[in-house]
Design a protein around this ligand. Sequence first.
Ligand code: HEC
Length: 137
Amino acid sequence: MKIKYLVYTLTLIMALYSCSNESQEELRAQALADLDLPTGEEEEGEPGEENGNETNLITYDGEIRDIMLNNCNRCHTIPLAFGAPFPLLTFNDVSSRANRIIARMNDGSNPMPPSGLLPLNIRVVVEQWREDGLLEN
Ligand code: HEC
């Protein structure tokens, strides 16, 4: 009778122990999931996936129009001013000339705007726009 009791008790303790062990594991897994640590597998997600990459792409509507407005449209406007050869007012105006725009914006001896090179952080945004595929929005 006594031994039976002991076996019951031991079984019960073991059952409880393994049970609590299991939930410890679950808690740990849940905590890790909550931390949302990068796994390395998600790094190469396509734009548009839930990793938020798409918000990092440079677009004409997002950044480029304002850069043109602040630095180029004084001359590259309609009507053309100060001898500028074309307007840079629309997505088409700018995207179709991206290569020349980037070349001249980074040409230290013949820069656009003619008054001098813009700060590097502005110039790299336009280059990144081309890298990202000349997106409109
Ligand atoms: C003060 C007036 C003025 C401003 C501001 C200005 N431009 Fe120009 N741009 C000109 C003139 C004048 C020309 C034609 C003479 C030349 O090419 O240097 C020209 C020519 C160009 C050309 C064609 C030349 C080529 O080499 O293909 C591009 C591209 C250009 N500008 C881009 C820009 C960009 C981008 C900005 C702003 C970051 C800008 N420009 C700001 C006056 C201006």
